[in-house]
Write a protein that binds this ligand. Sequence first.
Ligand SMILES: [Zn+2]
Length: 192
Amino acid sequence: MSQPKANITAPTRNRLLELGYELGSMVDRYPDDDVSRLAIKEAIDAGLEGNAGVGCVILDPGRKVLVSDHNRMLAPRFRSDLHAEMSALNIYEDSRQGGGDLRGHTLVTSLEPCEMCTIRIINSGVTTTLYVASDVGKGGITGPNTLAPHWASLAEPLTFAAADCSEEISGIALEVFSATIGGVVAKMKARR
Ligand SMILES: [Zn+2]
């Protein structure tokens, strides 16, 4: 786990560490529990760094972890596009000849992708996207968004679904995000 070096409050840091211990003590029971916990570990690292608590892993068709990363929008430096999914896809595409090929691959994100990331995921062509926690009707998948026809047709063969994980794990994913988003929004507001 990253060293907590960023400007987050002590209660937030303590809560994230507690959630990390809780996560580490769980036994996998559902098919996606293992990869969901990996994504949440990344989310906790993001939060400890002062970023929004969202993590993302990319799995090959045999479920081998190819990339494991997290939100990096505020730290180590401001970079407005680096949501967890964006950063993970950048790492994947930048490290492979021709940007790689994500057919048959799975992207697991600890929180339902936002609108920006949903479109990025569609553009990437990754076959399956699983989210550990739903953004309760506000994300890019369950929210009220309508895709432009060209994106809708590109998304047609792709799958977006909730991860098949325990409710406890899903609850921790949402809690990690909730524990961090207030501080992130405050820092964003201070920039305008
Ligand atoms: Zn996003």
